[in-house]
Design a binder for this molecule. Structure first.
Ligand code: PLP
Length: 449
């Protein structure tokens, strides 16, 4: 079975069939939808994929966080097939379908926003979830402005790319929506020199408060939007003491705290959501946006908030044709059932222990590994030219990505400086596959440094 296989490369990459398809790709598809991988999938199972030439790859990217339960889970196939035989779609403004309601009920049970009385609406992508979270926050508070962070990634629609820090994602797209203000994210590895962790957190909180003085008064801020672990920004976790301080500021100033759990959600962190850790620390967010692994590869996203917040939203401003599509809802209900039943949060922690254990040893061995960080299985390695200067080493990361692909391991870079390797492996990976992936990555670091 492919799901139990180990990586095996039989042809030079890309192989002959893949080369032909990639050539057609470059003719038919915009080059700006970039890929560096010599891999064209024919099928996938668990954490493994086979390409059109019969090469087998271990996938540590999982569709960038979409495949926490892996490729082609048989029960997921069954659930979607069963739904296709009833109906594909019912538009919720016209015909109510029960899958939407059941999934909203389930999300209200498991998504830890601050209130116990919750409501959920669905959209199609992560960017849409964020757009809707902001619309809901503005409509409920009656305030115009939003605070986001350095290093943030929230998607590629106009509002989401305005909220996104890296302007390479929005080059030449202005004018951008007004009222988006940016504070510094607590990126402790690159924090202010000579500060303790506590001191650095106080420094970042001061920077946040400065936004009220220099950009927008707090009474005009509808929401502060945080990725609990920055994804594209380089797998940088928000320290819990910082989150608690932000929560206190939000409470004092009547601002809604929005968690963008698009990449962090659905057992990746060792809990269903990183916001579960926040909740335990008394800092649950007001609105949580989710997507990616929610439906195992069928496009779906969700926005969960208290009933009070959603009931304060004006009619007509939220909704959409496909949000909460019937196939996607059937898929998501099954994904959540599998995560809960198979205890994938515990498996996530088990995998994290193994992977982080190896990464920490490498950190001691290699001058070029500056930092290893993350929460649970959302783990990254930051590469530098040397530990003292901390100069980002994007060249090394790019070589590692290519080396790994050529040896049957798909890994992806991240980070403002593209110098982080991120670990987003499906949580159904076997121990043997994990060992094999670790050995390919280790050899890559040795060969490419
Ligand atoms: N928010 C975060 C944290 C993400 O990581 C992403 C995508 O990577 C998005 C939003 C945008 O999601 P989508 O690409 O589905 O629009």
């Amino acid at each position: 079975m492919l799901k139990d296989a180990l990586p095996k490369i039989n042809t030079p990459l890309p192989g002959p069939k893949a080369s032909a398809i990639l050539e057609r790709r470059s003719e038919a598809v915009p080059g700006a939808i970039k890929s560096v991988y010599p891999c064209v999938i024919s099928r996938g199972e668990g954490a493994m994929l086979e390409d059109v030439d019969g090469n087998i790859f271990l996938d540590w990217v999982g569709g960038v966080g979409v495949l926490n339960i892996g490729y082609s889970h048989p029960e997921l196939i069954g659930a979607v097939k069963e739904q296709t035989e009833k109906y594909f779609h019912a538009m919720m403004n016209i015909v109510t379908h029960e899958g939407y309601i059941k999934l909203a009920e389930k999300m209200n049970e498991i998504v830890p926003v601050k209130s116990a009385k919750r409501k959920t609406m669905f959209a199609n992508s992560g960017a849409e979830a964020i757009e809707n979270a902001v619309k809901v926050a503005k409509s409920y508070t009656g305030r115009p402005n939003v605070i986001v962070f350095s290093g943030a990634f929230h998607g590629r629609t106009l509002l989401a790319s305005t909220m996104t820090a890296k302007k390479a994602y929005a080059s030449g797209l202005g004018p951008f929506p007004d009222g988006i203000y940016r504070a510094e994210f607590p990126y402790l590895y690159r924090g202010p020199e000579g500060y303790s962790e506590e001191g650095a957190i106080a420094y970042y909180i001061e920077k946040l408060i400065k936004v009220f003085e220099e950009a927008s008064p707090a009474e005009h801020i509808a929401a502060i939007v945080v990725e609990p672990v920055q994804g594209e920004g380089g797998f940088v976790p928000a320290p819990i003491e910082w989150v608690k301080a932000v929560r206190r500021i939000c409470d004092e100033k009547g601002i809604l705290l929005v968690a963008d759990e698009v990449q962090t959600g659905f057992a990746r962190s060792g809990k269903m959501f990183v916001s579960n850790y926040w909740e335990e620390a008394g800092a649950a967010p007001d609105i949580i946006a989710t997507a990616k692994s929610i439906a195992g590869g069928v496009p779906l996203s969700a926005i969960t908030a208290s009933a009070e917040i959603f009931d304060g939203v004006k009619n007509g401003i939220i909704g959409g044709t496909y949000g909460g599509n019937a196939l996607a809802c059937a898929s998501a209900l099954k994904v959540i059932e599998i995560i809960e039943r198979d205890n994938l949060c515990a498996r996530s922690l088990e995998i994290a222990t193994k992977v982080k254990g190896a990464f920490h040893l490498w950190h001691e061995e290699f001058e070029e590994i500056g930092d290893v960080r993350g929460i649970g299985c959302m783990t990254g390695i930051e590469f530098v030219t040397d530990k003292k200067s901390k100069s980002p080493n994007a060249r090394l990361v790019s070589d590692i990505v290519i080396y790994c692909a050529e040896h049957g391991l798909i890994v992806e870079s991240a980070g403002t400086y593209s110098n982080v390797i991120r670990f987003l492996c499906p949580l159904v990976v076997t121990d043997e596959q994990l060992d094999c992936g670790l050995s390919i990555l280790y050899n890559a670091v040795k060969a490419c440094r």
